[in-house]
Each structure stands twice: as structure tokens, then as C-alpha cells.
Design a protein around this ligand. Sequence first.
Ligand code: SAH
Length: 231
Amino acid sequence: MRYKLTMRIDIISVVPELLESPLAHSIVGRARKKGLVEIHVHNPRKYGIGPRHNVDDYSYGGDAGMVMMIEPVYKVIEELKAERDYDEIIYMSPDGEVLSQGIANELSMMQNIILLCGHYKGIDHRIREHLITREISIGDYVLSGGEIPAAVVTDAIVRLIPGAITDETSALSDCYQDNLLSAPVYTRPVEFNGWKVPDVLLSGNPVLIQKWQDEQALERTKRLRPHLLDK
Ligand code: SAH
């Protein structure tokens, strides 16, 4: 396996509370505890403007809604860049490239990345023009802030870091990893309410089981995500 230092993800957010739980539990929480990834959240409010440490202001042109100001975000990014090099400085944006397993795979190979969360009406466009290297969306709909999208991107990345998932092969057999959806999975009991687990899974024959799983994966992909088969 390729050697790499512990990956580091810095998330910039004016509502860091929104990120607490998703980054503290389950696979992401355990990966942090195991030292597989370092995740740090930074609030631009510490560089907020004026006595009230404002981070947003009215938009020029009079559109409704507040806009995140450049200076506090600029200062956080500069502070981070002074400490280390970043592979990407990513703005979470509804008009960015749409997140996919391929992008998650790519990002999981990186050493240091920044995820910038917008809030309110968005961020001063000069941040996007001059400081950001990439923009990622989690889908064609609008959320209230970039925190949930940043948590989604972080989760998608971290579960790919070797060791994050106890069963090493588990992430590889996930949907999308080879442009195929996953086969259905079952656990005990064998029968519930008269609903049975497919016989082949109880056969104990690994060749037959693999064949069934491959057929299921192909059938589900054809039916649910046919475009994956064009790739
Ligand atoms: N007025 C903006 C939306 C602002 S929503 C527009 O129409 O494009 C506030 C913030 O939420 C954005 O700055 C962005 O960081 C985040 N956000 C909203 N929807 C998102 C999505 N689908 N993917 C990623 N980030 C999103």
C-alpha cells in the first residue's frame, strides 16, 4: 500500500456546531480516534469585523440575504496555508461539480484539503475567484449551509482511508466502486413473517454465492443506474 502521512481535513464554517455530531461518531469518529485522519474546524468569526465580530454583510446590488465577507475567510485560509501546503481548497457550492464516488476516491488520496462552507446567501465571489481551487456540490438542490455537504464529503472520503473500515474489503464492495451497484444483503433470521433469505446465500458454496451477487449487481445496475454501464 502506498505510504502517506495522516490525512488532514480543515473545515471552515461559521456554524461549527452543525459539524459536531457527524464528525464525532461511527466510522469518521473512529478513524479520528485511531489517528487515520485529522479533522479541524475553524470559525472565521475569530477574524470577524468590528466589535461584534461580523462575518457577513448586505450584498451589493441589493439582493435579499447576507453574504459572507472576504476578510475573515481570507485570514483563516492564509493562516492554514502558512502551516502546510494544501492539495485543494474546496468551496461547497450548489453549482459545483457534483460529488461522485470517483471524486471521493480522488480526494481520499490527498494529503491536506480545506472545505469551505458557505452560509446565508453565499460567499463574496472574490473568494471563489482568488482563493478556491475547486467547487463541489452534493446535488442539484439548495441547502442552508455548506456544513452538511462538507460532512457528506468528509464521510465519503474518510471511509476510503485504509483502516477506517474494519473489514478492509467492505468499502471496495460498496456501490459505485466498480461502476456497479451492490447486491442485496441479509442477516438473521432466515425467515421473518414468511419472508425468506435467498436460498443461495445459505448454500455455503462461495462460487455460487459470488455468481448470484455478480448477477444481482449487474441486474440492479441495469435497472437503477444504467448510465454506469456506459463507463
Ligand atoms: N444563493 C446561493 C445558495 C446559498 S446556500 C445559490 O443560489 O447558489 C448557502 C450555502 O450552502 C452555500 O454557500 C453553499 O456553501 C452551501 N450549499 C447549499 N446547497 C449546496 C449543495 N447542494 N452542495 C454544496 N453546498 C451547498
